[in-house]
Design a protein around this ligand. Structure first.
Ligand code: ZN
Length: 405
């Protein structure tokens, strides 16, 4: 494959548990130093709202003194973007002029949340949004909303009608990637091939997630078709995916080796991803960065990616917890490098799940058994559910278990 270095998070060893505990302590100390304990449930504060970009693409940055979780209430219809941010109160300056695609903004308190309303100057939609933790010389959290002009004339209704017809919060978009396909069959088992097993699992996971009604779900392929690895990532990014999960089945020389494992991109792989990404000419534009100063864009990209990596590691831990809870066999920790281009998106949290070894008779039987598959995908859906319930940042640790590799 592409020779990228990856970390593997399997069963936590004693050493990892120690590292995680140490990381948690560091995290708590940082919280106390910030003077606001999340555990106490104290409200945080929006410090200010600022804007960047132009009339094609506008970035809205909301500075916060603590982490938050954003929910879209209105995504651009009727000339408004409305979001609620949990656990933070409005800033001193509650309204003002916008910039670029935003004509003006208002912030109002709404219970334990703040409601942010952006009046659009022209028709636009949310391209992506994400939370950046403190770092790179910035001491506070930032909630970023990237807006993109849609080129349609805005249709406006009266603000009063908006309040009543506002759509429910947009559901997160989960992209499921069935590994391999078409002329790339993947690993071969005694009775089955990887590309068929991953497609069956992807369809089962889609069904599980859709059943909850909480997600929009799309597949990178829904038939035995070949799809380029980079293309898989690109379509998920372009669609504004909130999460990308790639499903695979492992293969080993020893038929006794079995169990599931989860991969996320390592620091090393992430560095390479940044280099790959910035080699293209229009990378600033594709990430919706200002594009005037390459070094500023590079820093913004690094910050975006760091936040994404933290969220990916959080998802990997959540998934492994659910699989363990469902008594699904997990692979003993092992070190392995593999190139997994599907994890390269710098702004979409991504994990790769090796569901088991197709070269192990018992794992292969489970991979091809529809009931076992449904059970496994139910655990994965549970993990995804739990991931979306956990606010970004709150379970981040100073050193992830990957540090033990
Ligand atoms: Zn594979």
């Amino acid at each position: 494959m592409h020779g990228l270095s990856l970390i593997k998070l399997a069963r936590w060893s004693v050493r990892e548990r120690c590292l995680a505990a140490a990381g948690f302590v560091v995290f708590c100390v940082a919280l106390l130093a910030a003077g606001r304990g999340l555990a106490s449930g104290a409200m945080g504060e929006i410090l200010r709202v600022r804007f960047g970009g132009d009339a094609e693409r506008t970035r809205v940055v909301i500075d916060l003194d603590r982490t938050t979780r954003g929910q879209v209430i209105q995504a651009g219809s009727d000339g408004h973007v409305v979001l609620s941010l949990a656990g933070v109160s409005p800033p001193d300056r509650r309204s003002g002029d916008g910039h670029g695609l935003v004509r003006d903004f208002r912030v109002a308190g709404a219970g334990a949340a703040s409601r942010i309303e952006l009046d659009l100057a022209t028709s636009a939609e949310i391209e992506r949004r994400f939370l950046l933790p403190p770092g790179d010389g910035v001491a506070h959290y930032r909630y970023v909303i990237d807006l993109k002009a849609t080129g349609r004339a805005p249709t406006r209704s009266t603000p009063r009608a908006d309040a009543r017809t506002a759509r429910p919060a947009e559901r997160p978009l989960v992209y499921i990637d069935a590994g391999h396909g078409g002329r790339d069959p993947g690993a071969q088992g005694a009775d089955s091939r990887e590309s068929a097993v991953t497609l069956a699992a992807a369809l089962a996971l889609k069904q599980e997630l859709e059943r909850s009604g909480r997600y929009r779900v799309r597949l990178t392929r829904d038939s035995d078709a070949y799809v380029d690895l980079y293309r898989r990532v690109a379509i998920a990014r372009q669609a504004g995916a909130d999460l990308f999960i790639s499903l695979h089945a492992d293969a080993g020389a020893d038929p006794a080796t079995r169990g599931a494992s989860v991969y996320t991109l390592s620091e090393q792989g992430a560095g390479r991803a940044v280099r790959e990404f910035t080699r293209g000419e229009n990378w600033q534009r594709s990430l919706n960065l200002p594009g005037r100063d390459a070094s500023v864009d590079r820093i913004l990209l690094d910050m975006t990616q760091r936040a994404t990596q933290n969220r990916s590691a959080q998802l990997a831990r959540t998934l492994l917890g659910e699989l363990e809870g469902a008594d699904h066999p997990l692979l003993r920790r092992s070190h392995r490098d593999a190139g997994l281009a599907v994890l390269l998106a710098p702004d979409v949290p991504a994990v790769l799940l090796e569901m088991g070894f197709i070269t192990n008779p018992e794992d292969e039987r489970l991979l091809n058994d529809s009931r076992a598959r449904r059970r496994l995908m139910r655990a994965v859906a549970e993990g995804i559910d739990r991931y979306f319930r956990e606010p970004a940042g709150e379970v981040q640790m100073a050193g992830t278990p990957a540090g033990a590799n």
